[in-house]
Design a protein around this ligand. Structure first.
Ligand code: AMP
Ligand code: GLY
Length: 424
């Protein structure tokens, strides 16, 4: 079979490694991939958002199955375009992808179908938004509608901060067009859990739960990033909570999307907050998370391509999806200064990291002399699988410390909170 994976980060690297385990996969292209992915797939320098060229490439190469990993091409309708050409895909179509690309669509869906989420109001008018803030309880969360590269969410401890956030989004347009409409919502408290799931629009099968670490610095300090590390499973997500979440959130979401004429096929990601009133949805993503995928897929026992094809064909209920026992941890190595200003082009020495751990490449490239160099904010993800979380964390750090490049930044406390929760 000829496969194509669209995207070029650590998440895509983890997907590709897993797909490769199927002996039926003879050719695997990554668009655009990166220097690490090049060891596991043929990389093709077409950006993930260049839909015309991607569709043309898929037709020309007679691709049998395409996996679309990032949010942008999904929101732009790449799956619809490939389906028009008769190419089978893993990923939601444009209408279903709106569950991530429009926060307002997602919030209204939850309201209409009674899916637990933070109370919210939507505003297009600045004065109305300001008036609301004057009377609302703080802290408040102000969110720009639309995709704002994960940066369009501001947690405001005071009314003044909330007014400044509105100014930044609606007047200064600091998040571009996505700030034309804003959502102001109640601040929720509790441990966060990421639950990725496979769904074919009818059946939904959750994957092992995970915990992301979004802030740049230890102790959850510093700016929000794309994610500095993950562990799986998430100890807060007990069997009891998982069952309740299935009843109150997972199944109702899949049924709601179907009822709206937008059946969701692909990976539906639930960002949950476990509040004292039960699990609530913080956000939906229409795709695998990064770096959640780097801990979830290494624990998957079932063949990934078999699951993905069952999702596309609407046969998910026929497939047993199994995860191994144990735990794993992924530590992200980032460029110094990320998520703000950072330099690229630093030579990377992987040491002996790959002898014990899985190293997934996020932002790497080869320079003109063929050296592996840094090429992004998040550079590498190091995943270690073990029987216990404690050993997984130790193994991931041991391997991560093998890897050197100038300015290397990593958090030292990935998994610490999870470990503490297990010990309590
Ligand atoms: P989002 O882009 O919606 O995932 O938001 C980014 C991060 O902001 C989340 O992972 C949460 O940590 C935080 N956040 C978003 N909405 C809320 C909320 N209503 N209450 C508390 N924290 C939130
Ligand atoms: N790790 C969070 C995300 O992929 O959106």
């Amino acid at each position: 079979m000829k496969l194509m994976v669209v995207g070029g980060g650590g998440r895509e690297h983890a997907i590709i490694r897993k797909l490769r385990e199927n002996p039926e996969v003879k050719t695997l292209y990554a668009l655009p991939g990166n220097a690490g992915i090049a060891q596991d797939a043929e990389i093709v320098p077409i950006p993930a958002t260049d839909l015309d060229r991607i569709v043309h490439f898929a037709e020309e190469k007679k691709i049998d199955f395409a996996v679309i990993a990032p949010d942008d091409p999904l929101a732009m309708g790449l799956v619809d375009r490939l389906h028009e050409k008769g190419i089978a895909c893993f990923g939601p179509d444009q209408k279903a992808a709106e569950i991530e690309s429009s926060k307002i669509f997602a919030k209204n869906l939850m309201k209409k179908y009674g899916i637990p989420t933070a109370a919210f109001e939507v505003f297009e008018d600045l004065e109305a938004a300001r008036a609301y803030v004057q009377t609302a309880r703080v802290p408040l969360v102000v969110k720009a509608d639309g995709l704002a590269l994960g940066k369009g969410v501001l947690i405001c401890a005071t009314r003044e901060e909330a007014l400044e956030a509105l100014e930044a989004m609606m007047v200064e347009k600091r998040f571009g067009k996505s700030g034309t409409r804003v959502v102001i919502e109640e601040f929720l408290e509790g441990p966060e859990v990421s639950v990725l799931s496979f769904t074919d629009g009818e059946t939904i099968v959750p994957m092992v739960s995970s915990m992301d670490h979004k802030r740049a610095l230890d102790g959850d300090q510093g700016l929000n990033t794309g994610g500095m590390g993950t562990v799986a499973p998430n100890p807060y997500y007990t069997r009891e909570i998982a069952e309740r979440t299935m009843r109150e959130i997972l199944l109702p979401t899949v049924q709601a999307m179907k009822a709206e004429g937008r059946p969701f096929k692909g990976c539906l990601y639930f960002g949950l907050m476990l509040t004292k009133d039960g699990p609530k949805v913080i956000e939906y993503n229409c795709r695998f998370g990064d770096p959640e995928t780097q801990v979830v897929l290494p624990l998957l026992k079932t063949d990934l391509l078999t699951i993905m094809r069952a999702v596309e064909d609407g046969r998910l209920k026929e497939i047993p999806v199994e995860f191994r026992d144990g735990a794993d941890c992924c530590v992200i190595l980032a460029s110094g200064g990320y998520p703000e200003h950072y330099e690229k082009g630093k030579v990377i020495d992987l040491g002996r990291a790959e002898e014990t751990a899985q190293v997934f490449h996020s932002g790497t490239a080869l320079d003109s002399q063929g050296h592996l160099v840094t090429a992004g904010g998040r550079v590498l993800g190091v995943t270690f699988v073990s029987d216990t979380l404690k050993h997984a964390i130790e193994g991931a750090y041991r391997a991560a410390d093998q890897i050197q490049f100038e300015g290397r930044h990593l958090r030292r406390d990935i998994g610490a909170r999870a470990l503490k929760a297990l010990e309590e």
